[in-house]
Design a protein around this ligand. Structure first.
Ligand code: FE2
Length: 379
């Protein structure tokens, strides 16, 4: 029988970065997020605990996607240490739960390493309860519970509409992204099964699908992947490990620059990928380009689709089909200097897969970028 899973949905993802103010601006400017709240020195002048004197956090929202961008203000902050080691990246995956206290104790009883004891904050408008356990690398899984009558994100955050003063919001029409589709981790060779078992045993997730290194190979390098999901299928967490190959796999390159396992990409769902990618490109977002011959075989492989293939080719959007339908997807270049975290933009027209038919094309594109970085062979 499946184990109880306390996670209801992804509540938010928290990124630790070197300069939160500038990163938040980029996610607004380039990716269309709305800055809705801020927590930092200015919001914590009266609290007796003065707990926010060491970090600054910006809450960015779009559809149901919530990113918290956090930076350290002094050299000794945990965020500063994290960023020094890993670079900018996703440090916390936060799950919405019914009872953070119970979720935490359930997970710890099932073998999770405790990271943050259950803590309740109450600013008089409603309570906010959280706790966290350790996941792969230095990534935390956080359980978040809010009192039913509150609409605020968390105590200490003050509403803020923009980082640009009087400038109007960048996107006041409908959001580009509706929700987080999946969050992918890269772990060390031989650790995929360990973390798969962890999510099954500790959090009650189920194995949705797996790909071995014969499926995911470019002929030069390979990787293996297992996809975990909560029993409702709302939360999907693929886990990759490097496979055997002649060249350094993209996973090994990630592990090298991230200094260990971590979040490789966050897939954001859109209902209109053509319009979304067009807008992102006008804002300067750079995407991986499919290999030149990719579109020659698309029609034969996926059959009829509603979108204009020529438009997809112009924008570099990939197409794949499974038994349930088809999907369209595209991948950004890394979001910071280190070749680590990137975004995937995905539109699902029925398909429930991850673009398996595109793996080879995608990884060939990544290998081309790796070659430009001189990282085809890392020892
Ligand atoms: Fe993906």
């Amino acid at each position: 029988m499946a184990k109880d899973c306390p996670a209801i949905a992804i509540d938010h993802l928290e990124l630790y970065v070197g300069n939160a103010k500038q990163s938040a601006y980029v996610y607004q400017q380039q990716f269309g997020f709305a800055l809705t709240a801020y927590r930092g020195l200015e919001t914590d002048t009266t609290s007796p605990l003065r707990e926010n004197r060491h970090t600054a956090s910006y809450l960015l929202e779009q559809g149901d996607v919530r990113l918290v961008i956090s930076g350290g203000l002094t050299p000794a902050t945990p965020i500063g240490d994290w960023v020094k080691r890993h670079g900018d990246g996703v440090a916390v995956i936060a799950f919405q739960v019914e009872d953070a206290h119970e979720a935490y104790h359930l997970a710890v009883d099932r073998g999770a390493i405790p990271a943050v004891q259950p803590t309740t904050l109450d600013d008089g408008l409603g309570y906010f309860r959280y706790a966290a356990i350790q996941a792969y690398g230095d990534i935390l899984l956080k359980f978040v519970e809010r009192s039913p009558n509150t609409t605020a994100f968390a105590p200490g955050f003050r509403a803020l509409s923009s980082l640009t003063g009087d400038m109007p919001p960048l996107r006041d029409h409908h959001p580009l992204f509706s929700q987080v589709d999946h969050v992918v981790a890269n772990v060390e060779a031989g650790k995929m099964d360990y973390w798969t078992q962890f999510f099954r045993d500790v959090l009650g997730f189920e194995l949705l699908v797996q790909f071995d290194d014969r499926t995911i190979t470019t002929g030069q390098s390979a990787l293996m992947s297992k996809v975990l999901q909560d029993p409702t299928g709302r939360i999907k967490l693929p886990i990759n490990e490097p496979g055997q190959g002649h060249k350094t796999s993209q996973i090994t390159e990630f592990l090298h620059y991230h200094q260990g396992p971590g979040v490789q990409h966050v897939a954001l769902q859109t209902s209109d990928i053509i319009q979304t990618v067009h807008w992102l490109k006008t804002q300067g977002v750079r995407f991986l380009q499919p290999p030149p011959l990719y579109y020659e075989t698309v029609e034969a492989r996926v059959g009829a689709i509603a979108e204009d293939l020529e438009q997809l080719r112009t924008l570099g959007i990939l197409v794949d089909r499974d038994r349930q339908g088809y999907l369209l997807q595209i991948f950004t270049e890394p979001l910071s200097d280190r070749p680590t975290l990137f975004f995937e933009i995905i539109q699902r027209n029925g398909a429930i897969g991850f673009g398996e038919g595109n793996f080879k094309a995608l990884f060939t594109s990544i290998e081309r970028e790796q070659e430009k970085r001189g990282n085809s062979y890392i020892n």
